[in-house]
Design a binder for this molecule. Structure first.
Ligand code: TRP
Length: 325
C-alpha cells in the first residue's frame, strides 16, 4: 500500500472551503492508502500567533477532522510537534537545500510582505520542514491544493539533492491535486478564509447557515428578480454542484437563466442540502464535545504510531549521512 502524507495548519475550526477543497479528499484516500494526516503546529509558529490559543486550535482542528470522517482506525492522525523527528530531519535537509531555491518561493514572498514585522528564519525554512514532513514517512503521494505545488516541487528537488549527496534513500513524492474547482467565499470576491469572514464553519447552527447563504453574493448581473441570471457567473452555483442532485442543478440552471426562479429560491434548495450534508458531521462533533479527552487520546495514539515510523527513518538516515552513533 502506498503512503500518503498531508498536513493542515491548526487554524481552529475547519471551514467549508477546507472541507470541500481538501478534507473530503483525505477521507476518500484513507480507503486506498496508508495515510498520515498531520496538524502542523511547527509550521503555524512561523506566523504571528497567540501561544495561549495554539493548543485549543490544534484540538479544534483535530475534532473537526475526525467529525468529517478521518478515521483513526484507518489513518494516522497526529500533531507535528509530538514527533520531534520532523525538526531533526528538517535540519538535515537544510544542508542540501539551495538557498536560492528557497528565496524564490512565492508563498514566502507573500507572507513576508504581509508580516513585515516578523520575517523570521522559520518562515523562510517553511518549505524544508514541509519536505521533512513528507520524506520522514517516505510518502509517495501528497494531496495538496494548487497553492502548494511549488512547495512540492521543492520537496522533490530536495529529495534528489539528498540522493546526490548521500545515495538513494527517500522515494520522490508527487503532488496529488484535488479536482475541486476553486470556490470563492460567500462574498464572491476572495478565496474562503476565516480571517476575511466570508465562509461557513462546519459547526455553524442551521439558522446561521441559512442566513449566510441567503445574503451570499450571486451573479452580479442579476440585479432584479426579473433579470435572467447566468449560473456560470454565480459563485453559489459551484456549491450546488457539490450538494445538490442533478435534477436540482438542472432546475436551478433553467430557472435562473429564464428568471422563472429567484436567487432566494435557489438558495433555499442549496441551504437545505448543505444543512443535511453537515448534519452527520455536526452530530459527530457534538459526540466528541461530550467526551472530552477522546480527541486527545486519539492524537496521542496517532503520535505514537507516527513516531515509531519516524524514529526508524531517522536511525537509517543518521547511518546513511555518516553521523556518529
Ligand atoms: N503548507 C501546507 C499548507 O499550508 C501544510 C503542510 C505542511 C503540508 N506540511 C505538509 C501539506 C506536508 C502537505 C504535505 O497547506
Amino acid at each position: 500500500m502506498e503512503t500518503v502524507f498531508s498536513g493542515i495548519q491548526p487554524t481552529g475550526e475547519l471551514h467549508f472551503g477546507n472541507y470541500l477543497g481538501a478534507i473530503r479528499n483525505w477521507v476518500a484516500l484513507q480507503e486506498k492508502y496508508r495515510c498520515f494526516f498531520c496538524i502542523v503546529d511547527y509550521h503555524a509558529m512561523t506566523q504571528n500567533y497567540d501561544p495561549a490559543e495554539m493548543s485549543r486550535r490544534t484540538l479544534d482542528m483535530a475534532t473537526d477532522l475526525l467529525s468529517c470522517g478521518i478515521d483513526p482506525d484507518k489513518s494516522v492522525l497526529f500533531v507535528q510537534s509530538s514527533v520531534p523527528e520532523h525538526a531533526e530531519l528538517c535540519w538535515i535537509l537544510n544542508t542540501v537545500t539551495p538557498f536560492g531555491e528557497l528565496a524564490r518561493m512565492t508563498q514566502f514572498k507573500d507572507k513576508a510582505e504581509r508580516q513585515e514585522d516578523n520575517i523570521n528564519v522559520g518562515l523562510f525554512d517553511y518549505p524544508v520542514l514541509q519536505a521533512a514532513d513528507i520524506l520522514l514517512y517516505k510518502a509517495k503521494l501528497v494531496p495538496v491544493g494548487a497553492d502548494q505545488v511549488q512547495h512540492l516541487e521543492l520537496a522533490r528537488e530536495i529529495c534528489r539533492k539528498s540522493t546526490a549527496r548521500w545515495g538513494q534513500y527517500f522515494p520522490e513524492p508527487q503532488p496529488l491535486l484535488s479536482s475541486t474547482p476553486k470556490i470563492l467565499g460567500l462574498d464572491g470576491q476572495a478565496k474562503m478564509s476565516k480571517s476575511i469572514g466570508n465562509t461557513i464553519s462546519l459547526g455553524e447552527p442551521d439558522d446561521v447557515i441559512r442566513k449566510k447563504l441567503a445574503t451570499a453574493a450571486t451573479d452580479p448581473q442579476r440585479v432584479r428578480r426579473k433579470d435572467p441570471g447566468n449560473p456560470d457567473n454565480c459563485n453559489l452555483h459551484s456549491l450546488h454542484a457539490f450538494f445538490s442532485s442533478q435534477e436540482q442543478v438542472a432546475w436551478v440552471r433553467e430557472g435562473c437563466a429564464s428568471a422563472s426562479i429567484g436567487c432566494l429560491d435557489c438558495k433555499k434548495v442549496l441551504a437545505d442540502n448543505v444543512v443535511s450534508h453537515l448534519a452527520p458531521i455536526q452530530q459527530k462533533r457534538q459526540a466528541f464535545a461530550a467526551s472530552p479527552g477522546r480527541v486527545e487520546e486519539i492524537l496521542r495514539e496517532g503520535g505514537r504510531k507516527a513516531r515509531a515510523v519516524a524514529t526508524e527513518t531517522l536511525a537509517e538516515v543518521r547511518k546513511l549521512i555518516g553521523l556518529w552513533s
